[in-house]
Design a protein around this ligand. Structure first.
Ligand SMILES: [Zn+2]
Length: 99
């Protein structure tokens, strides 16, 4: 098991609002504040999974360092991806029904 250097403060997060938009001006692929996470709408695949988990980690552990949140996001996304978790892209679905 990994080392836990000090008591971790865990935020009680209820409903999470996920906002998808282009985040070019913020120079980030994701952001988190309060009970909201923002994801750049251009994110796809494993990177999208990683950024989603990263931003959720920020909500759950608001006092945690960027380094640790980054590590957790990478670890969780890598394991889930290896387990075969994938997002069904809405574009791909509509593409499948149209000719
Ligand atoms: Zn971050």
């Amino acid at each position: 098991m990994g080392e836990v250097p000090e008591p971790v403060r865990f935020a009680k997060v209820g409903r999470v609002r996920v906002v998808e938009q282009k985040l070019g001006r913020e120079r980030a692929w994701g952001m988190a504040a309060g009970n909201t996470i923002w994801l750049d709408e251009r994110l796809r695949g494993q990177r999208r999974l990683e950024v989603t988990l990263h931003e959720l980690m920020h909500l759950l552990y608001p006092h945690e360092t960027e380094e640790n949140v980054d590590h957790a996001g990478r670890l969780l996304s890598r394991i889930l991806w290896r387990q075969g978790w994938r997002r069904i892209e809405s574009g791909a679905m509509s593409g499948a029904t149209k000719k």
